[in-house]
Design a protein around this ligand. Structure first.
Ligand SMILES: *Cc1c(COP(=O)(O)O)cnc(C)c1O
Length: 452
């Protein structure tokens, strides 16, 4: 008979079959498969850790979001927020579904062009657009969302040189009852800054005012905040019509819909508290339809939804490296997934589970990543079963931001695979290795040799 490994005795309340404070039975349900693919097989084939994306989930989520808006409003256009996940396969999945590109830097702009998005379907946001980038965007007839006055002057001077008209919108920040207010981006509504900019643009023959834009924040749990934003932008649109007899083509309400992840410190799990796409859509489209904009002049509603469209499609699978007991007796697990790959663990209580059935006994555990850095904590406190070195875990709802905010710190970044709608697996990004990392380094001649 095999020797059973020693485990420190603990005293805990018997809670088998008893619901916890959320009414759910306690215990962790393992996740062994994603879209029919065995996670352990994927790990042995592609290495650990591994990012896994479900194409089916991306398409289903997109279609349900689009359906929620299109069933309520005649003209709806999504634009994929590149920074949320800019792997080309992901962007192209959204482009195949009909989403335009929303970019916030020259790098992302180049990516969208290389992905074959035509210039007039790229929304160019962000506070940092160089003259060269603005020139290119004007040339390509992209939609430039002006962030500040200096950018306005840059565009004016570029159009003077090129003689080509710029298609612009302005980014507006405002009070929607969400605090802290995001006032650092765009022009303020309440102090009149936004209206002054509109007047400037309307009097500038080299610019065409296409739309009005706001992005009120991220992980916004209140659909009513979007209703306020939509109402305020619609009011501005009517004011522009009165003063200039000019009809803007779109109102862009940015991104920010919450995903089902649970924020740190939240009492209830995010999957219970996150509004549905229908709730957001109802709030926004009702506000637009009840505005003073005439029915035959309704602007296109643009949405730059990021995290809510991709979070659920992403998984991060990994391996247990070690079990430890901390000096105060708490249990700790070290896994090969850390902050470098899971930047969102700063904000979220990520849902971590084993890939196979485990003993029912759960213990308070801290889950650490593999980095030699004190803040590398995946879960501060989670009730977790005993796993052995070499066992596997999977973290769900990690599709948003982790594959763009990842850090090349201490370790190479691993492969990303996507399971297509037929159940076939594709590598959509290769892992880094020594040659990738060394490719950009240069060593001056006098530092090439040493005598060690
Ligand atoms: C980041 C960003 C988005 C996407 O935000 P989510 O919160 O991920 O939906 C959309 N628009 C702009 C301008 C952004 O900066």
């Amino acid at each position: 008979m095999e020797k059973i490994p020693y485990e420190k005795p603990t005293i805990s309340k018997i809670n088998a079959g008893v619901p916890d404070k959320f009414g759910m039975s306690s215990g962790l349900k393992p996740i062994s498969h994603i879209d029919g693919q065995n996670i352990e097989t994927l790990l042995s084939e592609y290495g650990s850790p591994l990012y896994i994306l479900s194409e089916q989930n991306i398409r289903d989520t997109y279609q349900s979001a689009r359906g929620a808006f299109e069933s309520r409003y005649p003209k709806v256009q999504f634009a994929w927020s590149y920074k949320t996940n800019y792997l080309n396969a992901v962007c192209n999945t959204f482009h195949q579904e009909g989403a335009w590109a929303e970019v916030v830097s020259g790098f992302e702009y180049e990516k969208a062009i290389a992905n074959g998005v035509s210039g007039n379907k790229i929304i160019f946001n962000g506070p940092d657009k160089s003259r060269e980038e603005l020139g290119l965007a004007i040339e390509n007839e992209s939609l430039i969302h002006i962030d500040h006055l200096d950018e306005y002057y840059d565009i004016v001077s570029i159009t003077k040189e090129s003689g080509k008209k710029a298609k612009v919108a302005i980014r507006i920040n405002m009070d929607t009852g969400i605090y802290p207010k995001w006032v650092r981006f765009g022009l303020n509504l309440e102090n009149g800054e936004a209206w002054s900019m509109i007047n400037k643009i309307m009097q500038e023959p080299a610019m065409e005012l296409m739309g009005l834009h706001t992005h009120i924040g991220t992980y916004i749990m209140a659909p009513s905040a979007y209703a306020i934003a939509a109402e305020k932008l619609a009011y501005l649109a009517v004011r522009i019509e009165h003063k200039y007899n000019h009809h803007i083509q779109y109102i862009d309400l940015g991104g920010g819909f919450a995903s089902k992840n649970t924020l740190k410190g939240a009492y209830l799990p995010g999957s219970d508290t996150c509004p549905t796409f229908d709730e957001y859509a109802e709030a926004i489209t009702t506000a637009l339809q009840n505005s003073d904009i005439k029915y035959d002049r309704m602007p296109t509603l643009i949405l730059e939804t990021g995290r809510a469209l991709i979070d659920d499609a992403g998984y991060l699978a990994g391996t247990v490296l070690a079990n430890k007991f901390l000096p105060d007796g708490r249990k700790a697990l070290v896994i090969d997934i850390g902050l470098n790959l899971l930047f969102t663990s700063f904000w979220y209580e990520h849902y971590v589970v084993p890939t196979k059935e485990t003993p029912v006994q759960l213990e308070d555990t801290t889950i650490y990543g593999p980095l030699c850095m004190n803040i590398d904590v995946v879960r501060e406190a989670i009730k977790f079963p005993l796993l052995d070195k070499g066992d596997h875990v999977v973290i769900s709802r990690i599709g948003a931001y982790n594959m763009s905010q990842w850090l090349q710190f201490i370790k190479y970044r691993p492969k990303v695979v996507m399971i297509d709608t037929e159940g076939n697996t594709h590598i959509i990004r290769q892992n880094e290795d020594h040659s990738t990392m060394n490719a950009l380094d240069k060593v001056p001649e006098h530092l090439v040799k040493h005598d060690l």
